[in-house]
Design a protein around this ligand. Structure first.
Ligand SMILES: Cc1cc2nc3c(=O)[nH]c(=O)nc-3n(C[C@H](O)[C@H](O)[C@H](O)COP(=O)(O)OP(=O)(O)OC[C@H]3O[C@@H](n4cnc5c(N)ncnc54)[C@H](O)[C@@H]3O)c2cc1C
Length: 323
């Protein structure tokens, strides 16, 4: 029976959303193969995580070891490869996150398995994995079929698959012995540093008005900020805006910035590269203002205005004016 392993990602005492997203994708894939999905939980004192994961996967494999308290790609690879050898999964899913990108390539070399990264769609063609990858900044979706192999590894883009609701019937929890012997200090965890938040925390805002390179220069920011304030929201931005020092880094939305899920996200002059979209597509309502009707941002927007932002913002400012 085909087994699909899903590597659980956790940090600072919390399971990360990508885990639930991959478990949902893993369950769908497993059902196509009449197989089962298995969550692989590596850590230290993670019993409560295992209970929680059992409501989302057919089985949870747990390896407890003090050295696994924090993510470490060298140690994770050692443990994961030993589980792959034992369980012979058809596919291993890893998040396309800084953890996963660190771990997956060397794991695939060690196992001799094909690796496909940053997947936004997953299915099987017979026993071969078929995936969709978004390339050229979201302009092209490529269908990729992996070569025949006893196992494959795929990294999954965060925010693409919807997590399933927890089930009442729990999967089994299996404790596996740690294969780590002695202390390994090739790579050591030193400290977790949370980026300091000065000013407003955009991740907590209910309304975000976000600006991109398309606004042309920082001179337009005060007017847009006024609209944000009138709406009771905050201003945020895409990465080029930070790179050009128009707004500080803490305002950046994206894979190398913050992930936000406000009630309303207004994107102004933002093209919609996946590095940006991934981190804001969970917003309840997305409104895009862009003069290019083919801009990928319209693919995720609930409402779109195709126009120069300079025609739209003064109207918005007027309409949102507080008395
Ligand atoms: C490793 C890596 C990490 C990254 N991380 C992030 C990240 O965290 N966040 C992020 O945002 N990006 C990130 N990027 C960059 C990303 O790939 C894009 O380059 C970036 O998101 C594009 O920003 P933009 O949409 O503001 O600019 P552009 O892509 O230049 O788009 C500008 C848009 O404005 C529109 N426009 C122009 N003039 C007007 C006008 N007058 N009125 C209305 N619309 C107008 C244009 O039609 C265009 O669609 C990352 C890239 C890499 C390689």
């Amino acid at each position: 029976m085909a087994e699909i392993l899903v590597l659980v990602e956790h940090r600072q005492g919390k399971i990360r959303d990508i885990t639930y997203e991959m478990l949902a994708a893993g369950e769908t894939l497993a059902s196509q193969q009449e197989g089962s999905s298995t969550a692989v939980l590596l850590g230290h004192q993670v019993k409560s995580f295992a209970e929680e994961l059992a409501t989302r996967a057919s089985k949870v494999l747990v390896v407890e070891d003090e050295q696994l308290e924090h993510f470490n790609s060298v140690l994770y690879q050692k443990v994961l490869s030993s589980l792959i050898i034992k369980y012979q999964p058809l596919l291993t899913l890893v998040g396309h996150t800084s953890f996963g990108m660190d771990l997956a390539p060397s794991l695939s070399v060690e196992m001799g398995f094909p690796l496909v990264t940053d997947c936004i769609g997953l299915s099987f063609e017979g026993s071969r994995l078929k995936v969709v990858r978004s390339i050229y900044g979201g302009k092209v979706n490529a269908n990729v079929t992996l070569r025949e192999s006893s196992g494959s590894i795929a990294t999954v883009r965060p925010g693409v698959f919807s997590p399933a609701a927890p089930r009442e019937k729990k999967g089994g929890i299996v404790m596996e012995p740690s294969p780590l012997r002695g202390t390994m200090d090739v790579k050591t965890f030193i400290e977790y540093i949370e980026a300091p938040i000065t000013g407003e925390d955009i991740t907590q805002a209910e309304i975000i008005v976000s600006v991109g390179q398309g606004i042309g220069g920082p001179e337009h920011i005060p007017m847009i900020e006024e609209v944000a304030k009138n709406l009771g929201g905050v201003i945020a931005c895409s990465r080029p805006v930070v790179d050009r020092n128009w707004l500080p880094k803490e305002r950046q939305v994206g894979i190398s910035g913050k992930t936000v899920k406000p009630k309303i996200y207004i994107a102004i002059g933002i093209s919609g590269a996946f590095q940006h979209i991934t981190a804001m597509q969970g917003s309840e309502t997305i409104i895009a203002i862009n003069k290019d009707p083919r801009a990928p941002i319209f693919g995720v927007a609930d409402y779109g205005i195709v126009d120069d932002f300079q025609n739209v913002i003064p109207i918005l400012k007027e309409k949102t004016k507080t008395k």
